[in-house]
Design a protein around this ligand. Structure first.
Ligand code: ADP
Ligand code: MN
Ligand code: MN
Ligand code: MN
Ligand code: MN
Length: 371
């Protein structure tokens, strides 16, 4: 396979380049969410030395007219570093920097205002208001790998050319060349996350062939967004090296194939303490009253996925259940036995903005942070 040999060639260069002396300088890769709210962009710059705190990182700017974020005549978008991680690809003291986007609010260009998809900025007050409850999030990111042929034909990795694989059943958590497609990508991404200090907690093969999942968390507060976006970036980089396509679409293949979600597991300190199950049921009750508001920010094209089939609850129904994968909210059977823990919101789509889903859960479930 062409893609694998390309990756191996790259690998040799990566490991050699990591040994070359940078003479004290470091490379910072600045990463931001573009105007679609779905894609990441990045560019790099040299800094004079090792960075120990995010406040040491300079602001920067980019051409927002090329990212659906600004007009040509007023094109500058300012990026402010929000969090940084060791760069596993470049190694050494080089870093990956998750940034937030701002534009000029006035024609004199003296005042900044958040750009359209800067949900980190918009949700910060909600996390701040709910922080005494120590909200934790664990997000299960599903994604689909594609044979990277060209921009117009998308066919999942491992699917026969011009035909379909056998029906779903043998693929979930599978092993073997006839059922499992892309393990090397999954594994290198897993190690890249650990090397980057991204809080990854596990991974598994999914129900649709060519589809995978990784889990980020538990992360407290707004950091879930930084870690999940960085994990998505790392996956983009790994799949790029393998010359394999990557999609976070919620229903990449129409028909009798599972969609892709971002199940979001949530708890507060009170839910994690003895008898916390009572708090969990109170939160579910509150969620039942704001079903529509949640769905509005739970991802693009999610209606194609939330059909009531393929382990989802249909859009128009809100239902919770014990160990029920057809419910909107699942409470794990072990949580029920322990009478404490967390619950799983199964509604978010794979392309959801993690800052938004996490903030919505805090806003609905934590008293005093309603927005
Ligand atoms: P599933 O059984 O639905 O496949 P996973 O094992 O894929 O669940 O993912 C569970 C996620 O929940 C993990 O990211 C884990 O870190 C997270 N998690 C575990 N405990 C908590 C908690 N108390 N609060 C929030 N998230 C949690
Ligand atoms: Mn230029
Ligand atoms: Mn899972
Ligand atoms: Mn899954
Ligand atoms: Mn799940």
């Amino acid at each position: 396979m062409k893609s694998i040999s390309t990756a191996l060639t790259h690998g040799v260069y990566h490991s050699k380049a990591q040994e070359w002396d940078q003479h004290g300088k470091i490379i910072a890769e600045y990463i931001w969410i573009d105007g679609t709210g779905l894609n990441l962009r990045s560019k790099s710059r040299t800094l004079s030395g090792k960075i120990n705190d995010v406040s040491e990182l300079p602001e920067w700017n980019f051409d927002g007219s090329s990212t659906e974020q600004a007009a040509t005549e007023d094109s500058e978008i300012i990026i402010k570093p929000a969090a940084f991680f060791p760069d596993p690809f470049r190694g050494g003291d080089n870093i990956l920097v998750m940034c937030s986007t701002y534009r000029w609010a006035d024609s004199e260009k003296t005042k900044l205002t958040p750009a359209n998809t800067n949900f980190r900025h918009f949700t910060e007050p909600i996390f701040e208001a709910g922080k005494d409850e120590h909200p934790w999030f664990g997000i299960e990111q599903e994604y689909t790998l594609f044979e990277c042929t060209n921009a117009f034909t998308k066919w999942p990795l491992g699917w026969p050319e011009g035909g379909f694989p056998s029906a779903q059943g043998p693929y979930y958590c599978s092993v073997g060349a006839t059922t499992c497609f892309g393990r090397a990508i999954m594994d290198i991404h897993y190690r890249a996350c650990l090397a980057a200090k991204v809080n990854i907690s596990g991974t598994n093969g999914e129900v649709m062939p060519g589809q995978w999942e990784f889990q980020i968390g538990p992360c407290e507060g707004i950091s879930i967004g930084d870690h999940l976006w960085m994990a998505r970036y790392l996956l983009g980089r790994v799949t790029e090296d393998f010359n394999v396509g990557l999609s976070f679409e919620p229903k990449p293949l129409k028909g009798d194939w599972n969609g892709a979600g971002c199940h979001t597991n949530f708890s507060t300190q009170a839910m994690r303490e003895e008898g916390g199950i009572k708090e969990i049921y109170e939160a579910v009750e509150k969620l039942s009253k704001r079903h529509k508001e949640h769905l509005e920010v739970y991802g693009l094209d999610n209606e194609q996925r939330l059909t009531g089939k393929h382990e989802t609850c249909d859009m128009d129904t809100f239902r919770s259940g014990l160990g029920d994968r057809g419910a909107s909210i699942r409470i794990g059977t072990s949580v029920n036995l322990d009478k404490k823990g967390y619950f799983e919101d199964r509604r978010p789509a794979s392309n959801v903005d993690p800052y938004l889903v996490a903030a919505m859960l805090v806003s609905t479930c934590v008293a005093g942070s309603e927005h």
